[in-house]
Ligand binder design. Structure first.
Ligand code: DAH
Length: 387
């Protein structure tokens, strides 16, 4: 009997030590120590043994039971430890690895890409980026930019006017705007003639160009000044080369001793940075109310290579000219400085240049986009070509 007990213990212990999982171990526990196990039967039967055997058999069976229990406990702990080690090894995270890439989150529209490209060029030249309000005073959009009364640019068909009463004053309040100084108030010359009048039907508009920020930024800081002003502008226009909303970047540099040569060098830098060394640039004399002298800057047409014709026919893009106008520019007219003289801009001592370009036009040239309207139709097949 004692030999049998020893056998059960030895076999049991060996089985326990080689058990590979918590489930296998539990099955062994039932088999070795459960109610219907051989060892339990032996322990139960001790009372029926002859007296002289009871002590030895009982002692051996109890010891065997304890040893098996101990072996089960030890093996269980080992298995739990192994499992933890295995899980830790499997779940190891290397925090120094780069993250897995996010699903493509979309991309910037070509207009915004081009705007940033232009901004980069001028930030590299020491310019600051400033933005102005889209709902603007006639004063900043026209008057202070030396548009005399009756100038064609003021004509109703070019400008979207805004009913001043319809503008949410929480979002647009002329008195709360930092640039809104008494002398620069809405319709200055009008209120001189008719003091204390609220803004009239033609005094508030959607800015037709980004140039109003020339005057606003000069009101905000004395010279020297170097800013560019990206923005959406609005005009009553709609055909293959004009849309009611388009984008511009304005530039303004004011200092003492600035000349037309500085303007020319700056625009050459821009043209080379955006279009590369192959594009030709041409400066033509022109007229703008707020610059004197004024120039128009052209870039050679990408569609016809500057010849004006494609396949023997007149190039429709440049209308046969071989050149496409990309921006207007010039030296700040002293009359404009006259409107901001009190802010440190004495026309006798400071000079400056300004320029304004259409962002879509530049993107069209650079990427051979055939129709301006493609920018605004929202067709993903177009947008995705410029990811
Ligand atoms: N504001 C003009 C326009 O929208 C463009 C322009 C021309 C801007 C000459 C300038 C400039 O700053 O000097 O047509």
């Amino acid at each position: 009997m004692i030999e049998r007990i020893e056998q059960i213990r030895a076999d049991g212990q060996a089985a326990i030590e080689s058990a590979g999982s918590a489930d296998a171990l539990e099955a062994l526990r039932v088999e070795l120590l459960g109610r219907s196990s051989e060892l339990t039967a032996i322990l139960r039967g001790i009372g029926e043994l002859p007296g002289e055997q009871r002590g030895a058999v009982g002692g051996a069976a109890n010891r065997a039971q304890k040893q098996l229990e101990q072996a089960l406990t030890e093996r269980r702990e080992e298995l739990v430890g192994d499992e933890l080690d295995r899980r830790l090894a499997g779940e190891q995270v290397d925090v120094t690895l780069p993250g897995s890439p996010l699903p493509a989150p979309g991309s910037l529209h070509l207009v915004n890409q081009t705007r940033r490209e232009i901004e980069d060029v001028f930030c590299g030249l020491g310019y600051r980026v400033a933005e102005g309000p889209e709902i603007e005073h006639d004063y900043y959009n026209f008057t202070a930019l030396n548009h005399p009364p009756g100038h064609p640019a003021r004509m109703v068909q070019d400008t979207f006017y805004v009913d001043p009463a319809s503008v949410d004053s929480a979002r647009w309040d002329p008195d709360r705007h930092p640039a809104s100084r008494p002398s620069a108030r809405l319709g200055q010359e009008r209120s001189e003639a008719r003091p204390n009048l609220p803004p009239g039907p033609r005094d508030v508009l959607l800015h037709t160009h980004t140039s109003p920020m020339q005057v606003r930024s000069m009101e905000l800081a004395p010279p020297p000044l170097r800013i560019i002003v990206p923005g959406s502008v609005y005009r009553r226009d709609n055909d293959a080369t004009h849309t009611p909303m388009f984008s511009q970047v304005e530039g303004l540099a004011v200092d003492e001793g600035i000349s037309l040569a500085d303007l020319q060098g700056t625009l050459l830098e821009l043209a080379r940075a955006i279009f590369g060394p192959d594009r030709e640039v041409r400066l033509r004399p022109h007229y703008f109310p707020f610059t004197e002298p004024s120039v128009e800057v052209d870039v050679s047409c990408f569609a016809c290579g500057g010849t004006g014709s494609v396949g023997g026919r007149r190039d429709p893009l440049c209308k046969g000219a071989g050149w496409i106008e990309i921006l207007g520019a010039g030296m700040i007219d002293p009359n404009v400085f006259g409107f901001v003289r009190e802010f440190g801009y004495d026309p006798e001592t400071v000079q400056g240049f300004a320029f304004g370009m259409g962002i879509e036009r530049i993107a069209m040239l650079k990427h051979a986009v055939p129709d301006l309207r493609l920018f605004f139709e929202g067709d993903l097949r177009f947008a995705r070509q410029f990811r």
